[in-house]
Design a protein around this ligand. Structure first.
Ligand code: SF4
Length: 693
């Protein structure tokens, strides 16, 4: 809409998966944003959203491709033709010398659906490589895998966010929404006001402050807590026998394990009082409507899938899932964390949330792409395994990174930095010189958020159109243009890699048709008209599916499957040398690796540096004081962070935010022990020691 000399476009925030509704106003003097009424944010924005227009004219904006032939030389500005020709030539050479798998691709959960789709297609067709994965593997992959095991389908929240407002009780596990997505608090506030908000977190966070019950288990013991609560459900006569008989399978096997985890035993393992476990269960069981919601705190573990499964088991035992007004959901974090996991940038996946080793899926997608199914590579390694193999004899010699900053965000970040250095070619596509772009051989300067059209899928599975609101700098192009430019140089037909997002979305719809995440009935036209389309949308006249599983779950028998899971504890327990648990997370002002939010002055003023949150008793024992710089050391590296003494954290635990670069990178500490199913690294707990810097 044009108002006088200014242009107003309804769009969504560039950051997290809540995808708050906002208006971008492009006025002669300045571009600004303002909140707008939308179901996920109800007219609210957090500080990140309010200041997001700053990104559009950030001083470090990349406006021309950058290239260096020599690693020791600085990046120099070049034209697009030179940059694309150079990359294509090097990729050709490497492929000829080492085969197609010598090239790796790393995507991101912030990429639009169109980019995620095109990136997967580019890897499989233009490069012919199986080695593609993305940073969503580091985000919600454990919850996704658990959802598929239990329900037969993964959609983070299988119900609209707005449904939460009617809940009497909500159990939030490992989610600090008051800081990570503040407008979400509007949805849980009614339950909190009724005394029904329960928060599980080793820290007394701002979210826990709003709860009527805060359970603070030792890091890495959530699964034991879930078993204890399930035990309490049975022992206190709160089991929903009829629901279990009619809608589930496998309860007896689960109970055989949970029977040995009575709340007093769980108290000894987790530190959560048995009475609190029983009180939490009673709140959930007595509520007319109740939800269990998990997030990264409980998911980012080497036992993440089992842990999330244990929480869903609890939810099923109470008869909550697949019922209007109740259920289980995962709070997806990244802006397109939901859509980004559906369209084929994942190592084992084809568009429509299809499995790449399923012959029928391969035939369908190959048909849409106009190739023989035999041409499609098979599954590749997961994100950390891909990064860990870079530059090794069997690993990729080149890596193309789109929408990710692995130098800061990958686990065991020092080692990942070494692996990147060992590559023969590192190419990134970004709108600022992130820490990963800074060590690349070629950097493509690309459009961001409000400078391009594209769709996102928010945490409730709703497809959103983010429209172009401002004109990008003249030399900047979109990621779809980069993929097109490289694909044609690698011998692909130009029409196979269109650059128009609407055209790509239409093709994505055809590729997803009949798959679990079916977008085939969605279109830009319907989205522009304001339709609320939650996938699956299998036909142009289909209204979308805001609530899944109301009649049946997605397994062939229509039932949810209880998962028998055992507590094993963290992969790296504390010991005399490393006596503390370290856990990591986010602060209100920053998003993910901070590559964007660290460029916003208001956010940096409020949160300029890494800190280590520590209990005063622990600080005293470690010889550090509030406000002083300290060193936190794990078996993988050391971090410098400013001490912040608080009584709201367990004395056996320290907390660090993971948004900061260089020597302040929390991921220098983290443990890349992987979940056997999701391949999620154990970001949320490792053993450390604390000392003066
Ligand atoms: S960062 Fe998330 S919670 Fe904050 S305004 Fe953006 S979408 Fe909303």
């Amino acid at each position: 809409m044009s108002v006088g000399a200014r242009v107003e476009v309804d769009t969504h925030c560039p950051y997290c998966a809540l995808q708050c509704g906002m208006v971008v106003r492009d006025e002669p003097a300045e571009t600004t944003v303002a909140p707008r009424e939308f179901p996920t944010n109800r007219g609210g924005l957090c500080q990140k959203g309010w200041t997001s227009a700053r990104l559009l004219n950030t001083p470090g904006r990349l406006t021309t491709p950058l290239l260096r032939e020599d690693r020791n030389a600085p990046l120099r500005p070049v034209g697009w033709t030179e940059a694309l020709d150079y990359v294509a030539l090097r990729l050709h050479e490497l492929r000829d010398r080492h085969g197609a798998d010598a090239i790796g691709v790393f995507g991101g959960g912030g990429l639009t659906n169109e980019k995620a789709y095109q990136l997967g297609k580019f890897a499989r067709l233009a490069l012919g490589t199986s080695k593609i994965d993305y940073n969503g593997r580091f985000c919600m992959s454990s919850a996704a895998a658990a959802g598929i095991k239990v329900f037969g389908l993964d959609r983070g929240m299988p119900f609209p966010v707005a449904d939460l407002a009617e809940a009497d009780a909500i159990l939030l596990v490992g989610a600090n929404v008051a800081e990570t997505m503040p407008p979400f608090m509007r949805h849980v506030r009614p339950a909190a006001d009724k005394g029904g908000l329960i928060v599980v977190d080793p820290r007394r966070t701002a979210t826990a402050e709003a709860a009527s019950l805060h359970l603070a288990p030792a890091p890495g013991t959530d699964l034991a807590l879930a078993l204890g609560m399930l035990h309490a459900v049975v022992a206190d006569g709160l089991l929903d026998h009829r629901y279990i008989a009619e809608r589930t399978t496998g309860f007896d096997e689960v109970w055989r394990i949970a029977a040995a985890w009575w709340p007093e035993r769980v108290e000894r393992v987790t530190g959560v009082p048995a009475a609190d476990q029983r009180a939490a269960v009673a709140l959930l069981a007595k509520a007319r409507n109740a939800y269990v919601l998990t997030a990264r705190g409980t998911e980012q573990h080497a036992t993440g899938v089992a842990t999330v499964s244990a929480w869903i088991n609890l939810c099923l035992a109470l008869g909550l899932c697949g019922r209007e007004g109740s259920g289980y959901g995962c709070l997806t974090g990244q802006g397109n964390g939901q859509g980004g996991r559906e369209h084929g940038q994942k190592a084992d996946q084809l568009p429509g949330y299809r499995k790449i080793d399923d012959p029928a899926a391969r035939a369908h997608v190959a048909g849409v792409w106009g190739v023989d199914p035999a041409e499609l590579p098979g599954p590749g390694p997961s994100a950390y395994e891909l990064l860990d193999s870079l530059g090794t004899e069997r690993g990729p010699k080149a890596l193309l990174v789109f929408g990710s900053n692995v130098v800061v965000s990958a686990p065991r970040a020092g080692h990942v930095g070494d692996r990147l250095e060992s590559l023969e070619l590192l190419v990134t596509s970004d709108f600022v010189l992130s820490e990963t772009a800074a060590v690349a051989d070629v950097v493509f300067p690309v459009t961001q958020w409000a400078e391009e059209d594209g769709t996102m899928t928010n945490l409730e599975g709703r497809i959103l159109l983010r429209g172009k609101a401002v004109t990008p700098p003249i030399e900047v192009r979109g990621d779809l243009d980069v993929l097109h430019g490289l694909a044609i140089r690698l011998g692909q037909p130009a029409e196979r890699f269109p650059v128009d997002p609407e055209t790509v979305f239409a093709e994505l719809g055809r590729a997803s048709a009949g798959g679990p995440a079916d977008y085939s009935g969605a279109s830009y036209e319907r989205l522009r008209a304001g339709e609320a389309l939650h996938w699956p949308v299998p036909a142009a006249d289909h209204p979308g599916t805001p609530r899944l599983f109301l009649d049946r779950f997605a397994h062939p028998d229509g039932r949810a499957r209880f998962q028998p899971v055992e507590h094993t504890g963290p992969a790296e327990p504390p010991d005399p040398e490393f006596p503390l648990h370290a856990t990591t997370g986010r602060v209100l002002q920053h998003y993910q690796s901070g590559a964007q939010t660290r460029r916003v002055p208001e956010l940096m003023d409020a949160s300029p540096e890494a800190f280590v949150e520590v209990h005063p008793d622990t600080a005293r024992l470690a010889g550090v004081h509030d406000g002083q710089w300290a060193t936190v050391t794990s078996r993988r590296g050391s971090v410098i962070a400013r001490v912040r003494c608080v009584t709201t954290i367990r004395p056996d635990t320290v907390f660090l935010p993971f948004h900061f670069p260089g020597a302040q990178r929390a991921n220098l500490l983290t443990n890349p022990a992987l979940d056997p199913t999701s391949r999620m690294p154990e970001f949320k707990v490792c053993a450390v020691r604390l000392g003066p810097a």
